[in-house]
Design a protein around this ligand. Sequence first.
Ligand code: RNT
Ligand code: ZN
Length: 417
Amino acid sequence: MKEELIKKAYEIAKERYATIGVDTDKAIEILEKTPISLHCWQADDVVGFERNEALSGGIQTTGNYPGRARNIDEVRQDIKEVKSLLAGTFRLNLHETYGEFDGKFVDRDEVEVKHFQGWMDWAKDNGLKLDFNSTSFSHPKSGYLTLSNPDKSIRDFWIEHTKRCRHIADAMGKAQKDPCIMNIWIHDGLKDLTVERKRYRDILKESLDDILSEKLPHMKPCLEAKLFGIGMESYTVGSHDFYAGYCAKNNVMYTLDTGHYEQTENVSDMVASLLVFVPELMLHVSRPVRWDSDHVTIMNDQTLDLFKELVRANALNRAHIGLDYFDASINRIGAYIIGTRATQKCLLSALLEPLKTLRKYEDKGQWFERLALLEEAKTLPFGAVYDYFNLKNDVPVGEEFIPSIEEYEKNVTSKRG
Ligand code: RNT
Ligand code: ZN
């Protein structure tokens, strides 16, 4: 009965969209094929398997909802569950601290490809490609400064770590026959006033030049800018201006995390500027609430606008979509599904824009007509198309995923100590 209803609604929606020149089947096809990189760290509150300690280094999770994944098997189990409830194409984004260390302590400057062989095998078996992240936080040598540290011994430790991570990413990319995107985010910054702003940035530039000098064809590095970190409110070495300059000059991918800018800044507007100067973008889709709080992504104006800008810039093939939030106060599987579905809805809504007509109006200076169509497009039967996308792919439609997650909680996550 419900299935019939969804199909009927889709047929009507399809016809309605066709009247304004939009092909819904085509939009669904693009949505199905566009990969979304699931961040492994929502499953366990960014703890990882290195030292099993709470997160530190400029970022923070809040909440203690029961059911956190405590080890590699539980993270894998959760990601599998998440994937089973979603339509589309997915990648898995790992941090270095999620290696398979087999109970041994492997320091960050000792990590090797072999610590991720298990992940590569598992990912292959589960139809996922991998992305990767070096990890500068939650370590005794993290301090305030890592790659920008004037102390050569600390700096070299992190340079070695990041170079090793590039090799791991390259091995992943080679194995999956598709480049592994490796993000470099360092928390480097200071709590209070500094008179050495330029000095640390000069050092960071040198470290990055060294790290990125080796050619590794199966991985793509990207650099993540940020406004501030907790406990480092006064100064961030890797600011937007720093990385925008670095990426533009060196033809490196820029990571745009939606929580990393001033709260009143229009993050979506950055897309069309960055794309003029950097080769590609990595997106960290998040939801800042008053600060970089990493709340679960929802379908809000900021996220809708972000995807609209990508589609309008014809740049889906130059952007990699990743999620980056970590809410420890609600069911974590639920957090994954809500955030991923919201991301898909924003992408789909962008793909359903009557762009051809809007562009025609704009070219002719028909401003009233452009604004009118933009407004009317907002209330077209978009939900019917998203429902059908899920029905077609045999995953829960609409709120149907709620009982599935409750069931998993009852049988699995609630039993974790
Ligand atoms: C931190 C950055 C970074 C992290 C992850 C865990 O502000 O957004 O991307 O969230 O690497
Ligand atoms: Zn991020």
